[in-house]
Structure formats: structure tokens, C-alpha cells
Design a protein around this ligand. Structure first.
Ligand code: HEC
Length: 191
């Protein structure tokens, strides 16, 4: 088994921790990466992603990596911009989310899903946004299925997003309370 992933250290050996990041090189078409090659890219990039998201004091960014992971590895999906995605569910959300139920789903208020992302550009993995959905009390956001949508840039700064943009797509999964779930082949089962 050959992993098509190589690591090369950054040049700035004296830079503060995190300021220089090793390159996470990906050879070949990201669509064709095997599961363990994806896992190796993730191993390379995950600490840098986590540090970046948390760099601006966002409370979800500081916490989400201690939540329940919902897939066996990040997976490439189209709708979030050809990125590898991995979703974490907080304590309130985890039990219901991990059922991946298709009918009659009603997530409890206070559920939070945080989805980290990375893309492959010019043969290198690069961190993408952290996407966040928070379930409000009933009536909290009637046009958005009572979900509040947010996103952080890889440096932890809040992105300006339109609720209607995110909800407009997520409401397609009405019977799943706006949840789209990870790609089927990576869903974490038998909790
Ligand atoms: C064009 C459709 C589309 C748009 C627009 C969209 N999403 Fe998603 N979203 C998806 C799909 C499909 C998934 C599941 C993909 C996966 O995880 O593999 C998903 C998953 C998520 C998840 C994980 C929870 C879940 O649904 O399983 C979060 C959090 C999320 N999106 C946030 C956002 C935010 C924030 C925005 C707006 C900035 C947004 N999304 C815009 C399609 C969309």
C-alpha cells in the first residue's frame, strides 16, 4: 500500500508555533484518493485547521473537536465547494444526528453541528471554512427551519453569510430537519 501523501516541513524554523505550517501534499486527483490517503492528509492538516478556527475566540471553534465526530473520515462532497468535510455534533445533537434518520426528524433546541473543511489546491491541502448550524427555540428563525447558520474563515474570523443562502439549500432536507448528513459510505454507525 502506497500513500500518495508526502510531508515537507516549512522553511521558517524560527517562526512561532503555527505560523509556519508544513505542506500537506496530495498527488493525483483528490476525487480518486483512497480512504487511508484521505486519513493521512487529515492527520497532516487537522491541527493547523483547529488552531486557525480557534484563533479568534469563537466558542464553537474552541469546543467542537471535543464533540462527537459523525464520520469515519472527512469525505469529498460537491455542495460545500468540492471540499473534504467532517461534521461534529455537540452533546444535545449527537444522539439524534447519528441515527441519520430520514423522516420526522426534530433536533432539540441547542443542537449544534460544526463541519470542518479542507480543499486540495495545486496539489496541497488547504483549510477551508468551519460551517456551523445551531438549532434555535421554536419560532427563532421561521424562514430557516429555526436554524441559525454561521461560518468561520480558516483564520477564525466570522464570514458574512446570508441565512437564506444556507437555508435555501438545507431546507431541501425538510423531513430531516434541514440536515443533509455526511456521505453514506463514511457515516459513523452503531453508536
Ligand atoms: C447547495 C446546497 C448547500 C448550501 C448552499 C449549504 N449547504 Fe451545508 N450542507 C449541504 C450538504 C449536501 C451537506 C452534507 C454534506 C456532507 O457532509 O458530506 C451539508 C452539511 C452541512 C452541515 C453539517 C450538518 C448536516 O447538514 O448534516 C453544516 C453545519 C452546514 N452544512 C452548514 C452550512 C452553512 C453555514 C451554509 C451557508 C454558508 C451551508 N451549509 C450552505 C448542502 C448545502
Amino acid at each position: 500500500m502506497t500513500l500518495r501523501v508526502t510531508f515537507s516541513a516549512g522553511l521558517l524554523a524560527l517562526a512561532p508555533i503555527g505560523a509556519f505550517a508544513q505542506d500537506c501534499t496530495v498527488e493525483g486527483d483528490p476525487m480518486d484518493l483512497e480512504a487511508d490517503a484521505v486519513a493521512a492528509v487529515y492527520d497532516c492538516i487537522e491541527a493547523r485547521m483547529a488552531e486557525g478556527y480557534a484563533a479568534n475566540g469563537d466558542p464553537v471553534a474552541a469546543e467542537f473537536r471535543s464533540w462527537q465526530v459523525t464520520s469515519t473520515r472527512p469525505a469529498l462532497a460537491g455542495p460545500h465547494g468540492e471540499r473534504f468535510l467532517q461534521t461534529f455534533a455537540n452533546d444535545t445533537a449527537a444522539e439524534q444526528y447519528l441515527k441519520f434518520a430520514e423522516e420526522g426528524v426534530e433536533m432539540p433546541a441547542g443542537s449544534v453541528l460544526a463541519k470542518e473543511s479542507f480543499a486540495v489546491k495545486d496539489g496541497k491541502a488547504v483549510p477551508g471554512p468551519l460551517f456551523i448550524m445551531t438549532k434555535l427555540e421554536e419560532g427563532g428563525a421561521p424562514d430557516a427551519g429555526d436554524w441559525l447558520y454561521a461560518a468561520l474563515m480558516p483564520n477564525g474570523k466570522e464570514m458574512k453569510i446570508q441565512q437564506g443562502f444556507c437555508a435555501g439549500c438545507h431546507l431541501n432536507w425538510e423531513a430531516q430537519d434541514s440536515l443533509a448528513y455526511p456521505m453514506e459510505d463514511v457515516r459513523l454507525t452503531s453508536q
